[in-house]
Design a protein around this ligand. Sequence first.
Ligand SMILES: [Zn+2]
Length: 209
Amino acid sequence: MPGPVDPLIPLSLLEAVRTVDLPDNDFEAEFVHELRNKRLGLSDTVFAQIKRFSEAVRRKQRTDYAEAVGIARLIGRRPDAEAVFREAGRNFARQVYGTISPVTRKMMRTLPALLTRPLALRHARRVARRYMHGTARRMGGSIILEVSESVTRDAAPKLGGCAYYEAALRELIQLMVGGVGAVDHVRCASRGEGSCEWRAEWRPLRGKG
Ligand SMILES: [Zn+2]
C-alpha cells in the first residue's frame, strides 16, 4: 500500500463534487433542501469531510492513501466523473499555486521565458513530490509529470480518473507562466505501463520569451 497522501488531494476532490453539484439557477436554489438528498456534493457528509480535510491541510497532517482512493472511486461511479476530476485538478492547482510567494508568482508572469521556465520547473517539481507521489522534469520544450501512485487511477472508466492530474498540470502551468500548450497522457498505469505520465508543452505569452 502506497504511503499517505497530502489531504489537499481528497479535499480538492470533494470540493469539486460540491462545485459541480451546486444549484445552478434560482429555481434549483429554492429546492436546495430536496437537492441535498439527491446530490452528494450538497450532503452533510461531504460538508463534514471538506471541513475535516481543510483542518488536516491547515495542520499539515497526512491522509491514508486508501481513504483518498475511496473518495476517487465514489466520484468515478458518477456519469459526470471526468468533469468532476477535471474540476478537482484545477482546484488542486489553484490551491498549490497559492502557496507560491507573491513575489515569485509575479516574476514568473513578467520575466522572459528563459528565466521563468527554470523557476516554474522548480515549483512543478516541488508540487509533484510534495503532493502527488510524483516527479516532474524537463524534456526539450515540455514538462513531464510522472505519478507512480495515482489516487485516481482505475477510479473511472476510459481513464477518466487520470483527467485529475492532467487538469492539475495544465492549470498549474497556465497559472505559473500564463500559457500552456498541448497536454498529453503519454503513459498510463491503467494500461499496464507501470506509472502514469503526462507531457505538457510550454507556451509562453505572446511577445514573451
Ligand atoms: Zn493514467
